[in-house]
Design a protein around this ligand. Structure first.
Ligand SMILES: [Zn+2]
Length: 341
């Protein structure tokens, strides 16, 4: 299997772990179940191009720019009023309503009298173009300033409507250890120093679990191929039942929809939330948040218990190979090795 130890050595050295056992790590990957091997074939990382509209209301970056745009439009109306421009009342109504701000187009006819110029507006006309016409007609730089500020915000808002990048499925050890690293400022209990850092060891050694995450196109091109904008842990059982773990740092429906297409998960095979549960071994129990999980049973078996991670006694310390019972939860090593460190 190629590239299995990509970045791993650097990461473990950073954690102060010099003498880890590569064979324990590589065996853990080899022991993934057949369903997972089917997905990954002869590689540890599968990459899927994503270029689609973000048709849900969740932008990739949370910013409420609508109200900022509205403030600029209110300023424009004030400048128009002060300059003696006349317009119908629907013009103001349309200009400052939220849907129009996002659309950037008028949906009605308007007639505006600016100086000696009559400006006719038809449904579909671009707001910014109309405002520039008004600005020209009355020779106002003030309107131009407002328009260029709106223009910049609109360009940024439009970029949120597109989701471009890669969905990565990974069994790379590095990706287990950095589930909540290399990200956009968000973190979780399984990050180094977190209360459940041990969970990465457990997931790595689980037969059933792998990592899915999204990397933005700009990060990918810059070579930051593990930079996680969003991630979910996926568990697939031998019988084909598939559990999508909690979304971090938050729900992004567009990405989940793309992930479901990749994994060929059909909504008609969705399992009732009361019909499954998860055992999570040493892993942080985000899998207890049943409302945030989604499960799909391709073989229509009921009462599936997903084994997200192995129980402590079955996980090996990556340094000494001993069991991870009585381990420090915030360390990826067994208690003895952790004390030696
Ligand atoms: Zn140990």
């Amino acid at each position: 299997m190629k590239n299995l130890n990509y970045k791993l050595q650097d990461f473990l050295t950073e954690q102060g772990i010099g003498n880890y056992s590569l064979s324990i790590i590589e065996n853990a990957i080899d022991e993934k179940n057949d369903k997972i091997k089917e997905i990954f074939g002869n590689t540890a990382i599968k990459i899927f191009d994503i270029d689609c509209n973000n048709d849900t209301s969740t932008p990739l970056i949370k910013t409420d720019m609508t109200s900022v745009v509205r403030n600029h439009l209110v300023n424009v109306i004030k400048i128009m009023k002060d300059s003696g421009v006349s317009y119908d009342s629907w013009f103001v109504e349309e200009l400052t309503s939220s849907p129009l701000i996002l659309e950037n187009r008028f949906s009605r006819d308007h007639e505006i009298l600016a100086g000696d110029t009559t400006i006719k507006v038809s449904p579909g006309d671009k707001v910014i173009k109309v405002l520039m016409k008004i600005s020209k007609a009355i020779g106002s730089i003030d309107i131009e300033d407002q328009v260029s500020a709106i223009d910049k915000l609109m360009a940024a808002a439009n970029s949120f409507k597109k989701v471009r990048g890669k969905i990565v499925l990974s069994i790379l050890p590095y990706d287990f250890f950095t589930l909540s690293h290399d990200s956009y400022g968000w973190t979780s209990c399984v990050a180094a120093g977190g209360d459940y850092f041990i969970g990465t060891t457990a997931l790595l050694q689980s037969r059933n679990s792998f990592v899915a995450y999204f990397v933005r196109e700009s990060d990918w091109k810059a070579g930051n191929i593990n930079k996680k904008t969003w991630r979910r842990i996926i568990t697939i059982e031998d019988d084909g039942a598939c559990l999508l773990g909690v979304e971090y740092p938050r729900k992004i429906e567009t990405l989940t929809n793309e992930l479901k297409k990749i994994l060929k998960l059909e909504d008609e095979h969705k399992m009732d939330k009361s019909s499954f549960s998860a055992s999570y071994g040493l892993y942080y129990n985000e899998f207890k948040k049943v409302n945030s999980l989604e499960a799909f049973n391709m073989n229509k078996n009921a009462n599936t218990i997903f084994e997200v991670a192995k129980p402590p006694s079955e996980n090996k310390c990556i340094v000494c190979g001993g069991p991870m019972t009585n381990s420090n939860m915030n360390s990826i090593l067994c208690r003895c090795c952790n004390l030696d460190k």
